[in-house]
Design a protein around this ligand. Structure first.
Ligand code: F6R
Length: 614
C-alpha cells in the first residue's frame, strides 16, 4: 500500500509530485505529504490528513518552489491516519527526509536502539525508524548518502520502497526497494521515481524497474546508477513502457468505477486480440504454446489469489476442470502461504492478481517456486512484481484499473481463464471439438452482449433507489454463478458499506434462510442454465418468507418474471460464459446504491487498491 513519488531535474517538482500522488491515490489515501528543497535551499515539508486534495489546500499559500522533491500518499499500517504519521518523515538533525511504502518488521527493536543513542521520535510509524537509522549510520560511520542507505537497509527486516532526500545534497535522490514496487523514469536530464509507471508515463517511456535489494542513485548531470546492498554495481536495464494515458482519466464519467464498468466491452476485445483467432477457429496463448509440455503434464493446478481475483479463480477452477480435466484447487493466498501446503514439483501454481503486487499472492508464489512448482501468472499490471516472479503467464490487458472496487479486471481474468482452459484443453486433447468451437464463437459475442446490459444502466439506477435503506443483502447463485454471487456481495459491501453475503443458493436452507424477512433483499443470479429449476425452488422458499427478490435472469425468462417484482435481464449465452454477463448488473447495482448513499465510490473507506501488506 502507499504511493511514493520522487523527482529531480529541471522542472518545478511540486506539480510533478502532486500529479503523481493523484495517480497513486488508489494505493491509499488517508494522509499525504510532500518535501521540497526550495529554490532558496530550504527544506519545506507539508502534510495533511486525508486525501491529496487536502495536502494541496495546505500547500496552496506556501513556498512550493524547488526542482527536487519527494511525496507520499498513505494507507495506514503502523499508527493511525494523522498529520504527524503522514510521510515524509524527517531525521533528528533535519537533514534527511524520507518516504516509504512497506512495513519494517523489526522497527520496535531499531527504535529502542536509536532512542538509547539520543534519537527522538515524533510519530507512531515504522517509517520514522528508517530515516533516523540512515542518519545514524551516515553520521556515525561518515558515509555518503548512498552508502548509508545501503548499510542501514542491511539491518532492516521487512518490505520497503523508499526515496531519501538530503538537504545538503540538492543534486541527489537515493531510492531503494525490497518487496514493494518501484520504477524509475529517465527523462532529459531528469529522473522520476514512483510506485508504478502511471505518474511517470506522461513524461518519459524509458523506465527501470528496480529489483529487490537494489539501491538507485539519481544524480543531476550523471547517469543513473544501481547497486545491490553489498555496494556492487548492477547493470541498468531500461525498458520502453507504453501506457495509454487516456485510460488514466475518467473519460467524462463521474467515477472511475463507472468508467471501468463501461470499459468492459472494449477492454475484453483487447484481452482477446491476437489470442482468439476466428480465421483459424482457435485460441492461441503464447504461454501455452511455449510451455505446452509442462502445462499439459500438470497433475494439479493450485490457484492462489485474494478478493475479487479469488472469485475469478473459482470460475477458473470450473473452466479448467471442465475443459482440461485437471484437478484444480483455489486457495486464499493468505491462508495458503501460512499452512505448510503440500506443493509437488508437477503442480502448476497459478497466481491471479490485478495489481500484480498483492503481498500474500507474491509470498504464495515464492513458496511455490521454492517447492519446485511451475508458476503461471494471470496479471493486469504489466511489469509488476507477480508478473516478474512467475515462470510464464498471460496478461489480461484491460488497462489500468483505478477504482478501488475491481470490475473490468474480474471480467478480464475470467476471459483469460476461459481462453487458457480452451487452449490447454486443446493441447491435452480433453476438450470436445464442437464445444471448443461453440465457446470460441460465443466468447467473441460477449463484448456486444455486455453493451446490451450496459444499455440498462438507467433502469438499474432507478432500481437501486429502492434498496438504499437495506442493512443486509443476500446474494445467491449456483454452479457457474455461485462465484458471481460472492463477487456481487463483495462489490456491494466494499463501496456501499451494506453488509452482504454470497452463498450457494442451495446452502440457504442450511442456515441463512433464518435471516430472511421483508427487510432483506435477496439477489438471485438465476440465468437460464443448469439447475435453473432448482434455483426457482430456492426463490419460492424466499418468497414464502416475504423476502424481497431481485433476480438476474436470461432475457425472456417469463417464469421468473412472473415470480418476482424486480429483475434485470441479461442476454443468453453458454453456461460457462454466464459469469461474464451476470456480474455486470451486480457491478452497476452496487455502484448506484453507493452513489445514492452519497459515498466515495472510487475510494471507499479503509481500502486501498493494491494490498502490499500482509
Ligand atoms: C475488490 C478488490 C480486492 C482485490 C484483492 C486482490 O474489489 O479489488 O478484493 O481483488 O485485493 O487484488 P489483486 O487482484 O490486485 O491481487
Amino acid at each position: 500500500m502507499c504511493g511514493i513519488v520522487g523527482y529531480i531535474g529541471k522542472r518545478q517538482a511540486y506539480p510533478v509530485l502532486i500529479g503523481g500522488l493523484h495517480r497513486l491515490e488508489y494505493r491509499g489515501y488517508d494522509s499525504a505529504g510532500v518535501a521540497l528543497l526550495s529554490d532558496s535551499d530550504r527544506l519545506n515539508v507539508y502534510k495533511a490528513k486525508g486525501k491529496v486534495s487536502e495536502l494541496e489546500a495546505v500547500a496552496e499559500e506556501k513556498d512550493c518552489s524547488g526542482t527536487v522533491g519527494i511525496a507520499h500518499t498513505r494507507w495506514a499500517t503502523h499508527g493511525g491516519p494523522s498529520t504527524v504519521n503522514a510521510h515524509p518523515h524527517v531525521s533528528e538533525s533535519g537533514n534527511l527526509t524520507l518516504v516509504h511504502n512497506g512495513i519494517i518488521e523489526n522497527y520496535a527493536v531499531l527504535r529502542d536502539q536509536l532512542k538509547q543513542r539520543g534519537y527522538h521520535f515524533q510519530s507512531e510509524t515504522d517509517t520514522e525508524v528508517l530515516v533516523q537509522l540512515i542518519e545514524y549510520v551516515q553520521t556515525s560511520l561518515g558515509l555518503s548518502l548512498e552508502d548509508a542507505v545501503q548499510a542501514a537497509l542491511k539491518r532492516v527486516i521487512g518490505a520497503y520502497a523508499i526515496v531519501v532526500l538530503d538537504r545538503r545534497f540538492p543534486d541527489l535522490l537515493v531510492a531503494a526497494r525490497k518487496s514493494s514496487p518501484m520504477v524509475v523514469g529517465i527523462g532529459e536530464a531528469e529522473y522520476f521515481i514512483a510506485s508504478d509507471a502511471s505518474p511517470i508515463a506522461e513524461y518519459t517511456k524509458q523506465m527501470v524497474y528496480l529489483k529487490d535489494e537494489e539501491v538507485v542513485v539519481c544524480e543531476r548531470g550523471r547517469e543513473l546508477r544501481v547497486y545491490n546492498l553489498s555496494g556492487e554495481n548492477v547493470p541498468v536495464e531500461v525498458k520502453n513502457v507504453e501506457l495509454d494515458l487516456t485510460m488514466l482519466d475518467k473519460g467524462g464519467f463521474p467515477h472511475f468505477m463507472l468508467k471501468e464498468i463501461f470499459d468492459q466491452p472494449s477492454v475484453l476485445q483487447d484481452c482477446m486480440r491476437g489470442r482468439v483467432l476466428p480465421e483459424h477457429g482457435r485460441v492461441i496463448l503464447s504461454a501455452v504454446t511455449e510451455h505446452r509440455e509442462r502445462l499439459c503434464q500438470a497433475r494439479r493446478i493450485v490457484i492462489v489469489s485474494c478478493g475479487t481475483s479469488w472469485h475469478a479463480g473459482l470460475i477458473g477452477k470450473q473452466l479448467l476442470e471442465h475443459f482440461c480435466k485437471i484437478p484444480v484447487e483455489v486457495e486464499y493466498a493468505s491462508e495458503f502461504r501460512y499452512r505448510e501446503p503440500v506443493i509437488l514439483p508437477d503442480d502448476v501454481v497459478m497466481a491471479i492478481s490485478q495489481s500484480g503486487e498483492t503481498a500474500d499472492t507474491l509470498a504464495a508464489i515464492s513458496l511455490a517456486r521454492e517447492a519446485g512448482a511451475f508458476v503461471f501468472g494471470v496479471v493486469n499490471a504489466v511489469g509488476s512484481s507477480i508478473a516478474r516472479n512467475t515462470d510464464t503467464g498471460t496478461y489480461i490487458h484491460v488497462g489500468p484499473e483505478i477504482g478501488v472496487a475491481s470490475t473490468k479486471a474480474f471480467t478480464g481474468q475470467v476471459c483469460v481463464l476461459t481462453m487458457l482452459a480452451l487452449a490447454l484443453g486443446e493441447a491435452r486433447g480433453t476438450v470436445d471439438a464442437g464445444e471448443y468451437k461453440a465457446v470460441l464463437n460465443e466468447l467473441q459475442q460477449i463484448p456486444g452482449k455486455i453493451e446490451r446490459i450496459l444499455a440498462q444502466n438507467d433502469r438499474i439506477e432507478t432500481l437501486s433507489k429502492i434498496f438504499t435503506y437495506a442493512h443486509n443483502f443476500l446474494y445467491l447463485g449456483r454452479g457457474w454463478n455461485y462465484p458471481v454471487a460472492l463477487e456481487g456481495a463483495l462489490k456491494l459491501k466494499e463501496i456501499s458499506y451494506i453488509h452482504a453475503e454470497g452463498y450457494p443458493a442451495a446452502e440457504m436452507k442450511h442456515g441463512p434462510i433464518a435471516l430472511i424477512d421483508q427487510e432483506m433483499p435477496v439477489v438471485f443470479i438465476a440465468t437460464h442454465h443448469q439447475l435453473h429449476e432448482k434455483i426457482i425452488s430456492n426463490m419460492q422458499e424466499v418468497r414464502s418468507r416475504n423476502g424481497r427478490i431481485i433476480a438476474i435472469i436470461t432475457e425472456g425468462d417469463e417464469v421468473v418474471k412472473q415470480m418476482v417484482s424486480e429483475y434485470i435481464e441479461v442476454p443468453d449465452t453458454l453456461a460457462c460464459l454466464a459469469p461474464l454477463l451476470s456480474v455486470i448488473p451486480l457491478q452497476l447495482l452496487a455502484y448506484h446504491i453507493a452513489v445514492q448513499k452519497g459515498l466515495n465510490v472510487d475510494q471507499p473507506r479503509n481500502l486501498a487498491k493494491s494490498v502490499t501488506v500482509e
